[in-house]
Design a protein around this ligand. Structure first.
Ligand code: HEC
Length: 324
């Protein structure tokens, strides 16, 4: 491998000569180790997912493995970078202690009885992955300070532990009841306000209903605190889609305030944009979908579009909702 050049062990005169600075084989290896570590962490991060039916606990533990390996390689790279070259040193017990403490902490983090607590706190869980990186780095760095071999050995054993957690002690043959309970209790993804929906709303609807959804009493009806009532009425969901597609004309009364004006149709919005805007308005400002309702979808907008109602006919629809 690094057979050819054997720079004189002494480093004096490092700057002499006009040659461009070159990385020594030692520094190159250090850099490569750091880059591989970076790669491991990025890959693990991109695949980050909390346990879910389509992301098994085993896979998740394997991600921990990548975080640990990445962190471990960083620890070694850092130790090498600080040392700049191999040098004999007196092993110091304190470093060994630090190096052993980290794997034990990692062990606790992956202990099955900690799952329920961690699972209930997604932010904590996500942050813990950074702790894995730090623990991996600490283990190898401290081990390396003790002696090089110990650094590599401890890093390796940490990786083996994470691997074992993925296949053995971290997962039980039967689904872990604690985890299953969490997964079962987790509600189906709630319809949420999408960024696209807010864009459409703010560009178009907000001109009248205001960005706060509060409307303008007597002129433009509020959607904040009101849209959920429409959706809760039987037929309300279909009505709302048709208001946006066909407009609305006729007297309506909301919370004792009468509105008798015209909302123009918004045919020019795509099916998806219409659905997005409605999803946004139904989830913004404290609004919520009625229990069990799904988010609006492009398909139902497309179906309603075919009906081409007049804005007065939409007003008739409203009369059938049985609103107060
Ligand atoms: C040009 C002003 C204007 C714009 C823009 C507008 N609306 Fe309206 N909207 C109104 C008016 C006025 C009414 C009430 C019409 C009436 O009095 O009959 C209304 C009514 C509604 C209603 C029915 C309220 C009820 O109680 O029946 C909904 C839902 C609604 N708008 C949603 C939207 C959405 C979503 C957008 C954006 C895609 C939008 N509006 C854009 C003026 C507007």
């Amino acid at each position: 491998m690094s057979s050819a050049r054997k720079p004189n062990a002494g480093k004096k005169g490092g700057k002499k000569g006009a040659k461009a600075p070159r990385l020594s084989p030692f520094a190159t290896t250090t850099l490569v180790l750091a880059l591989i570590g970076y790669f491991c962490i990025v890959v693990a991060w991109l695949h980050l997912g909390l346990p879910s039916p389509d992301h098994s606990i085993k896979d998740h533990h394997l991600q921990h493995l990548w975080f640990l390996i990445g962190g471990g390689l960083w620890g070694i790279a850092l130790a090498r970078w600080l040392a700049r070259r191999h040098e004999a040193r007196q092993p110091q017990g304190a470093w060994l202690f630090a190096a052993l403490l980290a794997p034990m902490t990692a062990m606790f983090l992956m202990w099955p009885s900690a799952y329920p607590y961690v699972e209930a706190r997604p932010f904590l869980h996500a942050s813990m992955h950074l702790v894995f990186v730090a623990l991996g780095a600490l283990t190898t760095f401290a081990g390396y300070q003790y002696t090089r071999v110990v650094g590599w050995l401890l890093g390796g054993s940490l990786a083996v532990m994470a691997w074992l957690a993925a296949f053995f002690f971290g997962v039980t043959a039967k689904p872990n009841p604690a985890v299953t309970a969490i997964l079962d209790a987790r509600p189906a993804p709630a319809p949420t306000a999408s960024v696209e929906g807010q864009k459409v709303f703010d560009q178009i609807c907000a001109a009248c209903h205001m960005t706060t959804g509060a409307g303008l009493p007597g002129a433009f009806p509020p959607l904040a605190g009101h849209l959920p009532d429409l959706l809760a009425a039987s037929g309300g969901r279909d009505y709302v889609v048709r208001v946006v597609l066909n407009g609305l004309q006729g007297a309506i009364s909301i919370g004792g305030v009468t509105y008798n004006s015209v909302m123009p149709p918004w045919q020019q919005l795509s099916d998806q944009e219409t659905a997005d805007a409605l999803n946004y308005a139904t989830t913004a400002w404290g609004n919520e979908f009625p229990e069990g309702a799904q988010a609006f979808e492009a398909g139902e907008v497309a179906a309603a579009r075919g009906e081409a109602l007049s804005s007065q006919q939409v007003h008739d629809l409203r009369g059938q909702l049985g609103l107060p």
